[in-house]
Design a protein around this ligand. Structure first.
Ligand code: NAP
Length: 249
């Protein structure tokens, strides 16, 4: 279904991004697996690429810090040269630095907004030239349930995710005339490294709020992303699909 398409997934060395990259590749897209060039993350990204190749797909790993315009520009240049122009962008890279507003340092606010919101803006801007030229593009922003509901201790994170919804709607309006669709997926509480670190009592309290009674899997989020990246969603733009097991309606 995605044969001939080039997809870039940011923060794809682990968690939800990894599963999105694998699913897009399974549908025939050539996938650029983005990772941030620190510690052993390159190895993680290379093992995602190896898994995709072992399953018969095509992929390559590309380093960039999404919050740096310079770093993203260099990555897009590399992708253009080695795979081709990006048709599908999934803005998945994200971080948390949780604490109550009273204790939150301006640096913690800025860091989370820089990666989660500015990063999506920079990546979107950087792929537009190619998408506009081909008059085709799919952009999927990974928001969060807390961008809609709020969550004590996550002022920076929930603001970044609410901002992503605004960015999604505005880019959808600006780009529709060029055949570029922009949507968001808002995951609820999903089993990944991001949620693994939470104390058992917090996990239990969250679980109690989920109508379907269990945490989601990365696969559940990836299924919605793949739909929005595929031609099957061509008449959908500026919208958010909530994948939260009924945690927020
Ligand atoms: P994760 O495993 O921590 O994945 C986040 C990825 O982003 C990691 O690979 C991380 O790399 C990468 N990243 C961080 N900063 C980056 C930067 N500056 N440039 C490039 N990549 C960067 O967490 P996840 O749960 O899969 O999260 C994926 C997305 O889903 C995030 O946007 C998150 O906010 C969203 N989400 C998750 C949940 C959930 O319950 N898990 C719920 C709602 C929304 P490192 O490992 O090196 O930091």
């Amino acid at each position: 279904m995605l044969k001939g398409r080039i997809a870039l997934v940011t923060g794809a060395s682990s968690g939800i991004g990894k599963v999105i990259a694998m699913k897009l590749a399974a549908l025939g897209a050539k996938v650029a697996v983005n990772y941030i060039d620190i510690a052993n993350i390159k190895d993680d990204a290379e093992s995602v690429v190896a898994e995709i190749k072992a399953a018969g797909g095509e992929a390559a790993a590309f380093a960039a810090d999404v919050s740096s315009e310079e770093s993203v520009s260099a990555m897009i240049k590399e992708i253009n040269e080695s795979l081709g122009a990006v048709d599908i962008l999934v803005n998945n890279a994200g971080i948390t630095q949780d604490t109550l507003i009273m204790r939150m340092k301006v640096e913690q606010w800025e860091k989370v907004l820089d990666v989660n919101l500015k990063g999506a803006f920079i990546c979107t801007k950087s792929v537009l030239k190619g998408m506009m030229k081909s008059r085709y593009g799919k952009i999927v922003n990974i928001a969060s349930v807390v961008g809609f509901s709020g969550n004590a201790g996550q002022a920076n994170y929930s603001a970044s995710k609410a901002g992503l919804v605004g960015l999604t709607k505005t880019s959808a309006q600006e780009l529709a005339g060029r055949g570029i669709r922009v949507n968001a997926v808002a995951p609820g509480f999903i089993k990944t490294a991001m949620t693994e670190v939470l104390p058992e009592n917090v996990i239990e309290a969250m679980q109690a709020k989920i109508a379907l009674g269990t945490l989601g899997e990365a696969e559940d989020v990836a299924n919605a992303v793949v739909f929005l990246a595929s031609p099957e969603s061509d008449y959908i733009t500026g919208n958010t699909i909530h994948v939260n097991g009924g945690m927020y309606m």
